[in-house]
Write a protein that binds this ligand. Structure first.
Ligand code: ARG
Length: 441
């Protein structure tokens, strides 16, 4: 435990925010050990980034987290094939694996696996290379593909036994038939099947680019399948490779629990991705519904109150809802984000509370909620404390902001001066509902 502490401190120094890091460590540690994460490592990362990779995985291991690592060996195999003078052929995007190809591939895959296991052990991390016994397969299309396997079932015993022994499982993409015929398995398909069987909390793809890129070559931070998918794949800058990747991830997430998320990042950014809200890479979630209710649904009121109290770190007065003229509430399916809208001056909505749990902020839920809120309320006003960390963001969103003392009142969609004045007055006089603070937020 003392060692873990020390590691955490080291981590915090590296990232800056101790609260966030501790929160994620707690969250990841709550999950059953072998269900924390499946990490898919591309063959290129093994070749080019092995030190960063081993360091990042060793770090997780010292924190008591045991990801299941699955790796490909595509570029290594292409090189070896070129050397051996065996031509590379693909059929429907899959590598045609003749006997001759398999003869070259097998040792290459074994070596790629050993490279990672050795790099981990050199850092004092127990690791176990798992080359066989996980993917039970049959020949997918022997005529066209040769020894390419189609997975029938996934056997987790070898993985669980490694995790149980405190070793990081490093799984290769090879399958076998019941009779012992070894087959080549496409790494994306192997990842999908492994993930469906393990049902991990995180699915992590480590790539050289470290995320999905937008039209300007910048990493897209968060994608919600329910909110962004249709729009995204319709963009002309989304090339076919990215379309395929997104479709595969969508498919994968649809058969997993809602809390599971996919992160695409690089070896060097993995720690930051996992232990901060903003992350470093692309986070993809299935996404959740955000619903409008005219009144706070009775069965969700208690959860909403405690979420507000936890997020703001203060207590609500028992009578806080008294005298509040609510116009409605936007509430995320999971209950981790909400916007309370009150009836304001001249029927203009007053944004009474806007709250997103820290964990959900990293998932882009705040942006999703804000977007829906804006669509629903072309005009609205609200207030924030000047010292509030979100104040800067509010200033950007508002069309006009008025500071008085420690308060700022923000307004959207109103330019009549008389009306603006009344909105500002009204915002200042509103009851926050918080204990010991009467008419302030
Ligand atoms: N640390 C959190 C996680 O791994 C949030 C990551 C957010 N990442 C992002 N690219 N927006 O689940």
């Amino acid at each position: 435990m003392a060692e873990v502490r020390r590691t955490v401190i080291e981590l915090l120094g590296q990232l800056g925010s101790s609260r966030e890091a501790r929160q994620y460590l707690k969250q990841f540690s709550r999950i059953e050990e072998s269900r924390f994460a499946v990490v898919k490592v591309g063959g290129a990362v093994l070749q080019e980034d092995i030190d960063e990779l081993a360091a990042a995985l060793a770090f997780l291991h010292r924190l008591g987290l045991t990801p299941i690592v699955l790796h490909g060996a595509g570029p290594q195999l292409d090189e070896a094939m070129a050397e051996a003078g065996v031509p590379v052929r693909k059929h429907d995007g899959l590598r045609v694996t003749t006997e001759a190809v398999m003869a070259v591939a097998r040792p290459v895959i074994y070596r790629a696996n050993a490279t990672l296991v050795d790099a981990l052990e050199a850092r004092g991390v127990r690791a176990r290379g798992i080359l066989h016994g996980v993917f039970n397969a049959r020949l997918a299309d022997p005529e066209n593909l040769g020894l390419v396997g189609q997975i029938d079932s996934v056997e987790l015993d070898p993985v669980r036994s490694a995790v149980g022994a405190g070793a990081l499982p490093v799984v290769a993409c090879l399958g076998e038939s019941p009779g012992g015929q070894v087959m080549n398995i496409n790494a994306d398909i192997a990842t999908r099947e492994l993930v469906w069987t393990v049902r991990p909390y995180k699915v992590i793809f480590l790539t050289g680019t470290g995320g999905l890129l937008d039209q300007n070559g910048r990493i897209i931070s968060a994608i919600s399948i329910s909110g962004d998918y249709e729009h995204l794949i319709a963009q002309d800058w989304v090339h076919s490779g990215m379309q395929l990747k997104l479709a595969q991830i969508k498919d994968m997430l649809e058969r997993l629990p809602p809390e599971t998320s996919v992160s695409i990042t690089s070896a060097s950014k993995l720690t930051r991705e996992l232990f901060t809200h903003t992350g470093a890479g692309t986070l993809i979630r299935r996404g959740e519904r955000i619903d409008w209710f005219d009144v706070i649904p009775g069965e969700r009121a208690a959860a909403l109150e405690s979420m507000l109290e936890d997020s703001f770190g203060r207590r609500l007065r028992p009578d806080w809802r008294h005298g509040r003229e609510l116009q409605g509430i936007l509430l995320a399916e999971s209950g981790r984000a909400a916007a309370l809208i009150a009836r304001g001056v001249d029927g203009i909505p007053y944004l009474d509370k806007f709250v997103v749990t820290p964990e959900a902020q990293g998932e882009g839920l705040a942006a999703a909620l804000w977007q829906i809120l804006r669509a629903r309320c072309p005009r609205m006003y609200w207030r924030s404390r000047a010292g509030n960390p979100i104040a800067g963001w509010y200033l950007q969103q508002a069309h006009a902001s008025f500071r008085r003392g420690e308060w700022i009142v923000h307004v959207i969609g109103v330019d009549d001066f008389g009306l603006l004045e009344r909105l500002v007055e009204d915002a200042h006089s509103r009851d926050s509902g918080w204990e010991e603070d009467g008419f302030e937020s």
